[in-house]
Design a protein around this ligand. Structure first.
Ligand SMILES: [Ca+2]
Ligand SMILES: [Ca+2]
Length: 512
């Protein structure tokens, strides 16, 4: 044992002498989760390889697979404490906020170090205060670095209509909910797809209840939080609001008219997709969709993203996030107390916070997956024969995981193919993004709040789901509304609202 110790000491001395002369690279371990079967090919991304040389560091990548991570490895590791922890965790799926805040003694507060050593991130915080607010934990510290992904659309789940059907029936593009109602009814009553059968059209379909359908009533909640930001900047709960009630009444009316697919509450994605990509005829008239190319496939050319219809108040609303849908993420990199040199890690991580670094970490290296053009723009290269673009990006980059920041300005320099994939999502913004209003962000809570929410929210969400399905298919919302609100209060809605409003106030405050 003594011999070993002296050997280690000698080695350490040798290393530190070596560092003084030849500047040995500083090594730190980075643990990151990849989806099962993906492997570690991303680590050969030229940006990451070159950055090691530039910063004179050596990253010891510790790749864990999603197949073992969540149920097995992560709980063991967090229970094992500092001696078994890596220096760094990377990726919001590797460690989430609850993992960090419930084990906060193992994580280094980074806010002062960020100020001293991360000029790129400081600039990003200044340009986009939501980035800083998202990174700030409930106790006011920043334990993990955030990301903003490049070229994300502002609007999500946009309204898509079959324009061939409109033409076949001589109908104009609907501009408000009354006109939409008439169009959907015409789709139902007439032979909109022109195959001789007036009864094989499905005017509107979705998988389960889709909150997008109530967007014309002023409900914008792309993060699925259950809360909306009102015009005066205050926030409130969606499912006890007048807008939600009126929206469901309208949906029930449409259901009774026979224009809402009566299988929405029973069908899964496979069944819905089969309807949208029917081999014989286009079968669906109207839907809210993310990538409508991926849904309508062979009929895609018959569909167009329309401007959102105006609601009862005459205003058009769209579903989305002004900072980019699902663009801002927290928990992308945290440093444990096992790390001896957090400053070196942060100096390395700061290099991730430029536009050029972000496109390379989101799609792939320059000269390989991405190209820097002479005019200052950037394009994506075509994937090798037989590989889909998305799997190529996952193979060659950190993709959704890790620090990134593409500014709104830098986004404009990225040129994507507007006919498919990520580029189509951005192109779909043309008719919709201008109607997007501020949305309620994903928030961070204290350990106690997470625990309380896990009790209250599960019950409340389940109750909301069952009442909603009944009110859409059978009606009765007016008669049952007051009892519904009373029941929610009995289930702890006011406590839940207080927790959310407190966390939202902290979020707003930490933008300053
Ligand atoms: Ca019909
Ligand atoms: Ca037909």
């Amino acid at each position: 044992m003594k011999k070993l110790l002296s050997l280690v000491l000698a080695l350490a001395m040798l290393l530190s002498c070596g560092a003084a002369m030849a500047e040995e690279p500083k090594t730190f371990s980075v643990m990151t989760m990849r989806w099962a079967g993906m492997g570690d090919s991303f680590a050969t991304n030229p940006f990451l390889v070159n950055l090691e040389k530039e910063m004179n560091v050596k990253v010891d990548w510790q790749i864990v697979s999603s197949a073992d991570w969540f149920d097995t490895q992560k709980p063991v590791l967090l229970a094992g404490g500092e001696s078994v922890l890596p220096d760094v965790f990377l990726g919001f799926q590797t460690l989430g906020e609850q993992d960090i805040i419930n084990n906060v003694e193992y994580f280094i507060p980074l806010e002062d170090l960020i100020e001293q050593h991360m000029p790129n991130l400081m600039k990003a915080f200044e340009e986009m205060p939501a980035l800083k607010a998202t990174a700030t934990s409930a106790d006011g510290h920043i334990y993990s670095l955030p990301s903003r992904m490049p070229s994300r659309p502002v609007a999500c789940n946009v309204p898509v209509v079959n324009v061939q059907w409109l033409e076949n029936l001589g109908l104009a593009m609907p501009t408000n909910i009354e006109e939409l109602e008439k169009v959907l009814l015409a789709f139902k009553e007439q032979d909109a797809n022109g195959n001789g059968d007036p009864n094989d059209e499905i005017p509107y379909t979705s998988i389960g209840f889709d909150i997008s359908f109530l967007v014309p009533f002023g409900i914008n909640d792309p993060n699925g939080t259950g809360y909306v930001v009102n015009a005066d900047g205050s926030a409130s709960y969606v499912y006890t609001s007048e807008a939600y009630k009126e929206g469901l009444k309208w949906m029930n009316k449409l259901y009774n008219m026979g224009v809402v697919d009566n299988e929405i509450f029973t069908q899964d994605q496979t069944i819905r997709d089969a309807k949208c990509d029917d081999p014989v005829a286009a079968k669906v008239g109207f839907a809210y969709a993310w990538s409508y190319d991926a849904i309508f496939k062979r009929w895609m050319k018959e569909y167009q993203v329309m401007e959102p219809v105006a609601g009862p108040d005459g205003v058009r609303y769209a579903h989305g996030d002004l900072n980019g849908v699902s663009s801002i993420k927290s928990n992308q990199l945290c440093i444990t107390t096992a790390c001896e040199d957090p400053v070196t890690v942060l100096k390395w991580a700061d290099k991730f916070y430029t536009g050029e670094a972000s496109i390379q970490n989101f799609w792939g290296g320059l000269g390989e997956v991405t190209t820097a053009n002479a005019d200052g723009t950037y394009t994506l290269n075509n994937p090798p024969e037989g590989i889909s673009a998305d799997s190529w990006y996952w193979d060659r980059s950190l993709r959704d995981f890790g620090p990134k920041y593409s500014s709104l300005e830098f986004d404009k320099k990225i040129i994507l193919d507007p006919t498919q994939g990520d580029g189509l999502k951005v192109a779909m913004d043309a008719n919709t993004a201008k109607y997007v209003t501020p949305c309620f962000p994903e928030l961070k809570f204290t350990s106690e709040e997470y625990e309380e929410l896990s009790f209250i929210k599960t019950d409340i969400d389940a109750y909301i789901e069952t009442t909603r399905a009944k009110w859409i298919t059978e009606g009765g919302i007016d008669a049952e509304w007051d009892a519904f609100v009373k029941q929610l209060d009995a289930m702890g809605l006011q406590d839940m609202n207080a927790i959310y409003m407190g966390a939202y106030a902290r979020y707003v405050e930490s933008q300053k």
